[in-house]
Design a protein around this ligand. Structure first.
Ligand code: SAM
Length: 327
């Protein structure tokens, strides 16, 4: 019988986001703080530990899995891990979120390992601006990665853009144009207050982004075709691709939240924006069996808050950075 996981508020929880490393090869202004301290190697969950946790969670009702980080493509052995997870009965959707820097090298192996689709974070088409935002000169490499992903048949390729006033708002329409001829799904995500670098002045609402797009292109709401999660999805009539708008701040989607997270250092995290965490690594390394994992999963569901309070409490909101939680 298929099991369904529910939290205290009756929400179905079927989505697990796994951060497999806290390391990243970029230093994005909105993500990484100046005083980063990496988790020591031995404190990071091993792939076999993650796979053990995932097996139990999938048996209990998790259906969708996203591999993230840090930068997940930095972790050696990722394709083998993907093939373990993609082969699990009960996993209906498996995806990876990457900055794309190493994608040109790994896209084919990931596809062969059973990955079907991929999300690539890219905030600008301008190489110089890319350097300003990410601290690194990898724009051309990322673009090559995106093209390789399409060539090997990862589909859809979603492009995630953190939209920020004064940084990339003038490129909104360039991203939209990308969807006209090619089947990209471009998703504009509101800048979220995850650390002390948060600055109210940089915030650009999804409403504003939509206005900019609609000043030039009509937008038709569609159901979307590819596991859109919290994105509201639109299309320019006749376009091959889609446009997603994600508004964690201006219009939160906590009421339909279906996710929990597993951090790279082995903690369940019920909500991205709450620092409550449940240690799973210690019990696991002390010999904890499937029942222990199951009980910690239920505890995670019990602690999942009704909603985040980003709108009501002043920033910053998380003590861990996104690179460590897994955005
Ligand atoms: N390294 C991978 C990547 O770049 O996609 C995965 C991890 S990254 C933390 C996941 C996503 O979080 C990226 O799309 C990134 O742009 C987004 N992100 C990080 N900090 C953010 C912030 N303050 N507001 C909105 N999105 C953020």
């Amino acid at each position: 019988m298929t099991k369904i996981l529910k939290d205290t508020y009756g929400r179905t929880i079927d989505y697990l986001r796994i951060s497999i490393t806290d390391h990243c090869n970029l230093r994005c202004i909105y993500c990484v703080t100046d005083n980063i301290s990496w988790v020591p190697h031995e404190e990071i969950l091993r792939f076999e530990e993650i796979a053990k946790i995932v097996r139990v969670l999938v048996e209990e009702g998790i259906r969708k899995i996203r591999i993230t980080g840090g930068e997940p493509l930095l972790r050696k052995g990722l394709p083998d891990f993907i093939s373990q997870i993609s082969g699990l009965k009960g996993v209906e959707d498996l995806s990876v979120t990457t900055n794309g820097v190493l994608l040109h090298r790994l896209a084919r192996d990931l596809k062969q390992a059973g990955l079907k689709r991929i999300n690539v974070s890219l905030d600008t088409f301008k190489p110089e601006r890319y350097k300003t935002i990410t601290g690194r000169d990898f724009f051309h490499q990322v673009w090559k990665g995106i093209q390789t992903a399409r060539e090997v048949g990862l589909s859809p390729v979603k492009i995630n853009i953190v939209a920020m006033k004064g940084y990339n708002e003038d490129e909104i329409l360039d991203f939209v144009r990308l969807t006209l001829e090619d089947p990209y799904v471009v998703r504009f995500i509101e800048y979220m207050p995850v650390n002390e670098k948060w600055n109210d002045n940089d915030f650009l609402s999804v409403q504003k982004i939509k206005e900019v797009i609609e000043s030039v292109y009509p937008l038709v709401p569609i159901d979307g075709t590819h596991n859109n999660g919290p994105a509201r999805v639109f299309q320019v009539p006749g376009a091959r691709g889609e446009i997603g708008l994600i508004s964690p701040l201006s219009n939160h989607f906590c009421g339909t939240c279906n996710r929990i997270r597993l951090t790279a250092d082995g903690h369940f995290r019920p909500c991205l924006f709450s620092d409550t965490e449940i240690d799973i690594k210690t019990p696991l390394r002390n010999g904890g069996d499937e029942t222990v994992i199951k009980n910690l999963l239920f505890e995670t569901l019990r602690l999942k808050p009704k909603q985040h309070h980003l709108q009501t409490i002043s920033a910053p909101k998380c003590h861990r950075g996104m690179w460590s939680i897994g955005g």
